[in-house]
Write a protein that binds this ligand. Structure first.
Ligand SMILES: C[S@@+](CC[C@H](N)C(=O)[O-])C[C@H]1O[C@@H](n2cnc3c(N)ncnc32)[C@H](O)[C@@H]1O
Length: 241
């Protein structure tokens, strides 16, 4: 199952990178605004970008003065990253984040993981490793698709306006195949499982955001106003003690 979910990312890497458009597509802008607000000033910080994909966000962090270690298990993603998103303060490594990380204890000030945790089959060991490689105090910020709402379709009214979502088996943990960029696997787990993993690792949650698109974005894409009524993402900040 683990190798399988990683292989999919090799196949979709190019399409993902194109559609993501350096974090400028509609969806990315929603959660990245919240991630950046929680990150604050990163100048001089040692940051691990876990599941860095094509590295566009790792590059942004490096350009802001952070010392960035970016890891991903997809060689195809890393190939794109090493061509497109290069900086002296940025190093890329191929690493499976469901296994023990090869970094020393307390190596980083911040670990950031955008859109990774719902893509891996098991989160406890990664969150435990995040706590280990973070300084004390240190910060873990991650964004995920909103577990309550992501897998349910919108219901439309007679005017084709998206009005509500029906939530069915929210509490059932399961794997779903997605097809946004080609086939990838989505590991659904309720929101509480993420919080429990943080608690078990000895960290605590200091912020939880359900970001909606900034007003300027809705002005550009008014047909996507429904994103302001039901959040599509959750961004969580946890601290080590
Ligand atoms: C949705 S993409 C997010 C990429 C990037 N963080 C972004 O915001 O665009 C998920 C990434 O997680 C990576 N990934 C999936 N499973 C992984 C694993 N076990 N170890 C490391 N990276 C993994 C994939 O290769 C992919 O690049």
């Amino acid at each position: 199952m683990r190798a399988n979910s990683i292989n999919h990312w090799d196949i979709v890497a190019e399409t993902y990178s194109e559609k993501n458009n350096r974090g400028r597509n509609f969806n990315s802008q929603i959660y990245l605004a919240a991630v950046n607000e929680l990150l604050g000033n990163v100048k001089g910080k040692r940051i691990l970008d876990a599941g860095c994909g094509d590295g566009f966000f790792s590059l942004e962090l490096a350009q802001k003065g952070a010392l960035v270690t970016a890891v991903d298990s997809s060689e195809a993603m890393l190939d794109i990253a090493k061509h497109k998103h290069v900086h002296d303060n940025l190093q890329y490594y191929n690493m499976d984040l469901t296994r023990k990380l090869t970094f020393e204890d307390k190596s980083f000030d911040i670990v950031v993981a955008n859109m990774l945790l719902m893509d891996i089959p098991e989160i406890e060991s990664l969150v435990f490793e995040v706590d280990r490689v973070l300084k004390k105090p240190g910060t873990f910020i991650f964004s995920i698709t909103h577990p309550c709402f992501f897998l349910s379709d919108w219901e439309e009214n007679e005017n084709n306006i998206k009005t509500y979502k029906k939530i069915g088996n929210y509490l059932e943990e399961r794997v779903e195949e997605l097809n946004f960029w080609g086939k990838t696997l989505h590991y659904h787990r309720p929101l509480s499982r993420y919080i429990e993993a943080i608690e078990k690792a000895g960290m605590y949650v200091s912020s939880l955001r359900e970001p909606v698109p900034p007003r300027e974005l809705i002005e550009l894409c008014p047909e996507k106003e429904y994103h302001c009524r039901i959040p599509s993402f959750v961004v969580i900040m946890a601290k080590t003690v």
